[in-house]
Design a protein around this ligand. Structure first.
Ligand code: NAD
Length: 287
């Protein structure tokens, strides 16, 4: 690729930050991919694995020279990290993040800067896994996946284009969406399924003979519950950050489940088959 920025700094070298660093290095998007993590072991591992070119344990040394700063930390840490980088930011630096929720990230930026800086372009890669940590970093994690950017009306268009270009270099497809729409859609398509998987596994694990039950669990259980192995702290943060949208989706789902329960109680085959047939058809049209 002929287009190359000088230095990208990734703050938070976990699954997402590490995977982005790896992909940007492979695609030569930046001359230098630098990393910062509050955990020195993650930083050292990133250097040892060749995921980053330079590792920093002091933000003062590196923020001013970065063209792009990517926050890849848990959403709850956004405000602290923005406050920590604020004194060292150059006016030209473009900031972005990868958080699974967006309204709270924007609120964090407002709290720290007064108004959201025009060069802060919030983002969310719709890619990931139940794994976490830099050791799980995968340079192909974002290829053919969607990245949602949620710039504000006052956001700098060239900054938005730069962040879009960064993600496109990883093979991802970049979309734009309003902040509220993002949090509403993701509550339905990502947050609710994770909550259902956690809840199902926790409910079954509490049964006295749970070991016996899990022994007989087959592919369907495995497919449905893979994401219940996701990081508990990350999902706690998501539930706190996107509380109202998640509650709306839980209520919506509970209504649907109650309807299905009633059909089973009443041995109402028509209703049961209606629900299953509509769901099968909707699932088959989803690619
Ligand atoms: P992770 O636990 O693998 O990595 C987070 C990293 O951030 C860790 O290395 C941790 O040491 C570091 N960190 C935490 N607080 C910090 C701080 N204050 N300063 C510096 N470093 C700090 O988590 P992850 O899965 O990579 O998630 C990171 C972000 O990506 C989260 O905001 C999450 O919502 C978002 N996200 C995750 C997924 C997924 O599937 N895992 C998908 C899309 C978006």
């Amino acid at each position: 690729m002929s287009f190359m920025v000088n230095r990208v700094l990734i703050i938070g070298l976990g699954l997402i930050g590490g995977s982005l660093a790896k992909a940007l290095k492979k695609k030569k998007f930046a001359k230098i991919v630098a990393g910062y993590d509050r955990n020195p072991d993650d930083l050292q591992q990133g250097l040892d694995l060749g995921i980053i070119d330079e590792g920093f344990s002091d933000l003062a040394e590196v923020v001013a020279t970065a063209d792009i700063v990517v926050l890849a930390v848990p959403v709850k840490a956004t405000e602290n990290v923005l406050a920590a980088i604020k004194p060292y930011l150059s006016p030209a630096t473009v900031i972005t993040d990868v958080g699974s929720t967006k309204a709270n990230v924007i609120l964090a930026a407002q709290t720290v800067f007064g108004t959201v800086p025009d060069k802060f372009i919030p983002g969310h890669p719709i890619a990931g896994s139940e794994k976490s940590g830099v050791a799980a970093a995968d340079e192909n994690l974002f290829a053919k996946h969607k990245i949602i950017l949620t710039p504000l009306p006052e956001s700098d268009e060239s900054a938005t284009r730069l962040i879009a270009r960064m993600w496109q270099s990883t093979g991802a497809e970049v979309l734009q969406m309003g902040v509220e729409r993002h949090d509403e859609v993701l509550a339905a398509t990502s947050h609710l399924p994770h909550i259902l998987a956690f809840s199902l596994v926790d409910t079954l694990a509490k049964e006295q003979d749970s070991r016996e039950i899990f022994r007989y669990a087959a592919g369907g259980f495995r497919d449905f519950t893979r994401i219940a192995a996701s990081d508990p702290t990350m999902w706690h943060d998501v539930c706190v950050a996107n509380k109202q949208e998640i509650l709306n989706q839980i209520d919506n789902f509970t209504d649907g489940l109650a309807t299905l329960r009633q059909a089973i109680v009443a041995s109402d085959s028509q209703s049961m088959l209606g629900i299953f047939t509509r769901a099968k058809s909707a699932r088959e049209h989803f690619s």
